[in-house]
Design a protein around this ligand. Structure first.
Ligand code: ADP
Ligand code: ZN
Length: 718
């Protein structure tokens, strides 16, 4: 038989399948979706069978070496999904297949992740008369339980086990075990509130494909998800719940294990072995609910009834490496295939999603109040311009007083340091001025190496000034503040408070997130100080004070989404306060107290923010009014990149007559590992020629050794 194989070739440009011959020996195993080992040029490579029983080609073909799997790795659905991804991201077919799989199941020689086995002992001869206490003890145990883990018995006496094995009285077998274990604790569930019931009913009894569940923080969205999932499972179908952060996976999993038993969890902190096991449990049909971060959208469930994206606005749902897929797009596609409902949940939906919901493209479901009518926390804005004059750069007087007060009440406090966009922009310490591009209304990025400020959209450049253009003081700076420095200050101010820090440094170890969250939840600490990772979703009932050390950094990242991201972050972190019996307070420190994103967050006014931001996006021609696609030209020789970029720019201007071509300009990270990046942004409402033109460019530059092209059809970072 002849088959088509897609081979793991690192060269992205060989994007095609190859024909091989399968001899008698392997016929029974040769099916679509399994891995094969094949000779390719002078090497032995792995690949996936994508077609069987193809016609015998006219040229001579080689024979496969062997088949690696007994079970299908890539189902027909996943292979079709890979084809789709290839088409919409302009990536290679093999990279799309690989991105869906855990390392152990990718087509890649030399990966050494296997199944984990444990040895068990069985009783063979129960007539044997044991000698000595140890033998008696071992055999008695086996008479009661016919199969016991070997380890347990060797702990009694390794030599007795050995003797009994040699004599054939007992025997040893190996059985596969899964590496990850879940502690199931059946807990009683809350009766849903009327609004929660209504939301569930609306989603279950209407015929739409995509729902947007817009519920304020603490409105009980998670309970709604669990009810929806429970109902789906009753019909014999399965569910995927995607969450944005690892820290959230831990907490949500804990809540889910109280309700569901056949769960798998997939996220980047698992070991390769654990991922392998979880993936196979899913593929074998041993799992009903998959919880995980972005890549769990590819979970190989065979009968999906619902897919939920929690915190749908989160930028982590965009994959930033090739293939640069957008999770919602994948989920939509899988939803269509399985005829499953897709539910997007958020307290602060992305502008794109909310606009679609308002237009009726998504079915909007609202949960406007917190569970049991608990009020949203009171939010106060602290003007740091005033505080700076008093010499308070980190903690305003009022925030210090509030921390002291809540500590005295034996409550918990969360402090957020916004580190997004940290120190890459120039601000005036005196008046809060930020250098912006005159053409694009985007803050300029500071390039330390050449001492200039650049606009990453249009290429505008200016020298870094000595004095602030508004207040004329020599107080411009690009200094930022780290969590460590704040921790020091906190210890100094509140020596008896128990302080816990959560940032990239303290969570780099496996299981660290889990520990921090657990310890804080158990009230082993009074203050949790952290970066964005503490803002989303976490549910700590004792937290009554939330402080934002500085709201400003993310306002000035050179990105049209900076106001939206800031608003979302503030709303999310504010939502951590007062979730239980006591009312919560929030203090937001800022040098921009009049900024609309901060003002709307103060009033918990999502709709107000939405209207205002839509107005700005419409005026400036950004999403959701226009689509954006970026094209990055990369190479070691900067001049060559620029030269090619300008050619490409001209080509695109000519071809894409319904689009606006911005740039070429430097990408916001303009050099990585000595590779320069120049980018072109394409803006359009409808552009029929987009894919043809970009495909042409991709093919044209395939063999070019000096520059490489990268495409991003849903850019999040520029
Ligand atoms: P969200 O995800 O919308 O922020 P959660 O689902 O985390 O909200 O719910 C907020 C809090 O309210 C949680 O502590 C949760 O246990 C509790 N809760 C949710 N639904 C109910 C209910 N029907 N009855 C009582 N408590 C509830
Ligand atoms: Zn500009």
């Amino acid at each position: 038989m002849y088959i088509e194989v897609i081979i793991e070739i690192t060269n992205q440009n060989v994007d095609k399948t190859f024909t091989y011959f399968v001899n008698e020996e392997f016929l029974s195993l040769a099916q679509v979706g399994v891995r094969v080992e094949v000779p390719f040029q002078n090497r032995i490579l792995e690949g996936f069978i994508v077609q069987v029983n193809v016609e015998r080609p006219e040229y001579p073909v080689k024979e496969i070496i062997r088949i690696l799997d007994e079970e299908v790795i890539l189902t027909d659905e996943l292979l079709a999904l890979a084809s789709y991804m290839r088409k919409v991201t302009l990536s290679s077919y093999i990279s799309c297949c690989q991105t869906m799989l855990p390392k152990a199941l990718k087509a890649k020689s030399g990966v050494n992740v296997g199944r984990k086995y444990k040895k068990f002992i069985l009783l063979v001869d129960d007539t044997y008369l044991p000698r000595g206490e140890k033998q008696i003890e071992i055999l008695e145990m086996l008479k009661e339980t016919p199969s016991i883990e070997k380890q347990v018995l060797t702990r009694i006496s390794a030599s007795s086990v050995k003797t009994l094995l040699e004599k054939g009285i007992i025997s040893e077998i190996s059985e596969e075990v899964y590496r990850k274990e879940y502690g199931f604790t059946k807990a009683k569930k809350y009766p849903l509130t009327e609004s929660q019931k209504q939301a569930v009913f609306e989603i279950e009894h209407t015929e739409d494909n995509i729902y947007l569940l817009h519920g304020v923080t603490g409105s009980g969205k998670t309970e709604v998800y669990m009810q929806l999932i429970e109902d789906v499972l009753k019909t014999g179908r399965q569910a995927i719940l995607l969450v944005p952060e690892i820290s959230l996976t831990e907490q949500i999993t804990e809540r889910f294990t109280m309700r569901f038993s056949r769960i798998a969890v997939l996220h980047s902190r698992l070991s390769d072995g654990e991922k392998y096991d979880e993936y196979r449990r899913i593929a074998r049909g041993e799992v009903d609910v998959v919880i995980g971060a972005r890549s769990a959208c590819f979970a190989p469930l065979k009968n999906i009834g619902i897919i939920i994206l929690d915190e749908e606005h989160s930028s982590s749902f965009k994959q930033e490496n090739n293939p640069k897929y957008f999770t919602l797009d994948i989920v939509r596609k899988r939803g269509e295939y399985h005829q499953a409902k897709v539910v997007l949940g958020s307290a602060t939906p992305s502008l794109e999603s909310f606009a679609r919901a308002k237009k009726g493209v998504y079915h909007l479901v609202e949960l406007p109040y917190r569970v049991n009518q608990k009020p949203l926390p009171k939010v106060e804005i602290v003007d740091m311009n005033e505080e700076a004059k008093k010499g308070n750069f980190l903690f305003s007087n009022i925030l210090q007083e509030k921390i002291a007060f809540h500590l005295s009440q034996n409550k918990q406090i969360m402090l957020l340091l916004n580190r997004r966009g940290y120190s890459s922009f120039i601000t005036c310490k005196n008046c809060g001025y930020v250098a912006k591009c005159p053409n694009c209304d985007i803050s300029l990025t500071f390039h330390k190496a050449d001492g200039v400020l650049r606009c990453h959209y249009c290429g505008y450049i200016e020298r870094v000034l000595k004095c602030c253009p508004t207040c004329h003081e020599e107080s411009l700076s690009n200094m930022g503040t780290g969590t460590e420095k704040i921790e020091e200050k906190l210890v100094h101010l509140f020596p008896s408070a128990r302080i816990l820090r959560m940032d990239l440094d303290t969570t780099s170890k496996k299981g660290a997130h889990e520990k921090i969250i657990k310890a804080f939840k158990n009230h082993e600490y009074d203050i949790l100080l952290g970066t964005q990772m503490i803002a989303k979703g976490l549910d700590f009932p004792l937290v009554t004070l939330v402080g934002v050390i500085s709201a400003d950094t993310s306002l000035h990242i050179p990105d049209f989404r900076s106001s939206e991201e800031t608003f979302q972050l503030l709303m999310q972190v504010a939502g951590r306060s007062g979730r239980s019996d006591s009312e919560g307070e929030v203090y937001i420190q800022t040098f921009n107290p009049d900024h609309y994103a901060i003002d709307y967050a103060k009033h918990h006014d999502y709709l107000g923010f939405f209207e205002k931001e839509m107005e700005i996006r419409r005026k400036l021609g950004y999403p959701p009014f226009y689509f954006l696609t970026t094209l990055r030209i990369q190479g070691k020789d900067f001049l060559k990149c620029q030269e090619e970029a300008s050619k490409i720019g001209k080509f695109l201007t000519k071809q894409l007559t319904s689009s606006l071509i911005l740039g070429p300009s430097s990408a916001s990270v303009s050099k990585v590992n000595h590779i320069y990046r120049v980018q072109i942004i394409i803006k359009y409402k409808r552009e029929e020629k987009l894919y043809p033109a970009l495909t042409y460019l991709r093919n044209h530059y395939k063999a070019n050794t000096q520059v490489k092209l990268e495409f991003d059809f849903f850019p999040y970072h520029f």
